[in-house]
Design a protein around this ligand. Structure first.
Ligand code: KIV
Length: 360
């Protein structure tokens, strides 16, 4: 009993001490417990801030737009968190915008899990949704549940997203929800299905296809999904789906009448100003910045300054050695027969003398 009590004290200590090394892992594991209203058990890591399905539902009921953006690593996750984005999607678009593939098909579950864990370390507030990658959930409902469990347990996500609305996909969504995992559906253009869709083609542009978008959304809702992404469908079709469903729709290339919007991080930031990416940046995407140009400019400037020797100057050579120390160091070098090295040290000390590099 004494041991148990000391362990429990340590745990409580870790929860309270903000700087404890143990805290991020411990609390991250608990982030999959978004609501706790009956028993006093584990709490989400930041009960005041963590976006939960309940928060999304409230926004939806109040007709407030839900914001969702993809993230793939720690810095992008921190950016989304800081901006107060509601949902952070670790999308399989990582395959294209991070790994440089032409489609989302090649990315593996293990690669996705690395992205998920990095994002989970950086985003404390948004609901974290991890995409099930192609080839990891289509064979059976059991395979889908096993993959979804890994995305939560090993990836630190709060929910998963899967693409498509074939009966087997609906059964998979239902089985995952029954396993206790929140599921976001994805209809319209489902990039994992480009083989049968014949490429990245908009959907819902004829009656049959438009009706299919709405019906698939309804089937996913029936399966227990908490939300559905509508990708690349005409705005009136998205509006019809949004009206028919009682769960939020999140649009991408689907016009303004959805319950929320999602964009790919690299696309919305204009991160990839490169011919390869110009090719894959979709028409519907608004670029809110041209970050790629800023990065290119900075890299060229860095290259130039390293080449011409102006970087690093004394301002970026902050580690000091006192005058007495440098003299003794030079004498030591001389004694060791390293006269040239001693002269180099003397020259450098002279060149880099600035007020803040003087002895204290
Ligand atoms: O993988 C992804 O980025 C997505 C969004 C386009 C919704 O699925």
């Amino acid at each position: 009993m004494a041991t148990f009590s000391s362990i429990s004290k340590t745990l409580r200590g870790c929860l309270i001490k903000k700087n404890s090394n143990f805290m991020p892992t411990l609390l991250r594991c608990m982030s999959n417990v978004p609501e706790n209203s009956v028993y006093g058990g584990p709490k989400p890591q930041n009960p005041n801030q963590r976006v939960t399905l309940t928060n999304l539902r409230q926004k939806y009921k109040k007709n407030e737009s839900i914001t969702m953006v993809t993230a793939y690593d720690y810095p992008s996750a921190v950016h989304l968190d800081t901006a107060g984005i509601d949902i952070c999607l670790v999308g399989d678009s990582a395959s294209m915008v991070v790994h440089g593939h032409d489609t989302t098909l090649p990315i593996t579950l293990d690669e996705m899990l690395v992205h998920c864990r990095a994002v989970a370390r950086g985003a404390n507030r948004p609901l974290l949704v991890g995409d099930l990658p192609f080839g990891t959930y289509e064979s059976s409902a059991q395979q889908a549940v096993d993959t979804a469990v890994r995305v939560l347990k090993e990836g630190g996500m709060d929910a998963i997203k899967l693409e498509g609305g074939a009966p087997s996909r609906i059964a998979a969504a239902k089985a995952i929800v029954e396993a206790g995992i929140a599921v976001m559906g994805h209809v319209g253009l489902t990039p994992q299905a480009i083989s049968v869709l014949g490429g990245f083609r908009p959907q819902g542009r004829n009656v049959d296809s438009a009706v299919k978008v709405v019906e698939t959304g309804l089937a996913l809702q029936e399966a227990g999904c908490f939300s559905v992404v509508l990708e690349c469908v005409p705005a009136p079709v998205a509006a019809a789906a949004t009206s028919a469903l009682q769960i939020p729709t999140i649009g991408i290339g689907a016009g303004p009448f959805c319950s929320g919007q999602v964009l790919v991080y690299h696309d919305l930031l204009g991160m990839l100003q490169h011919p390869h990416h110009a090719k894959v940046t979709p028409k519907f995407c608004k670029q809110y910045a041209r970050v790629g140009d800023i990065i290119n400019k900075a890299l060229l400037e860095y290259k130039e300054e390293v080449t011409n020797g102006s970087f690093p100057s004394s301002a970026h050579s902050p580690y000091k050695i006192g005058a007495t120390e440098i003299d003794a160091f030079m004498q030591q070098l001389q004694k060791s027969g390293l006269g040239d090295a001693a002269s180099a040290a003397a020259d450098a000390a002279q060149k880099l003398v600035t007020p803040n590099l003087q002895d204290e």
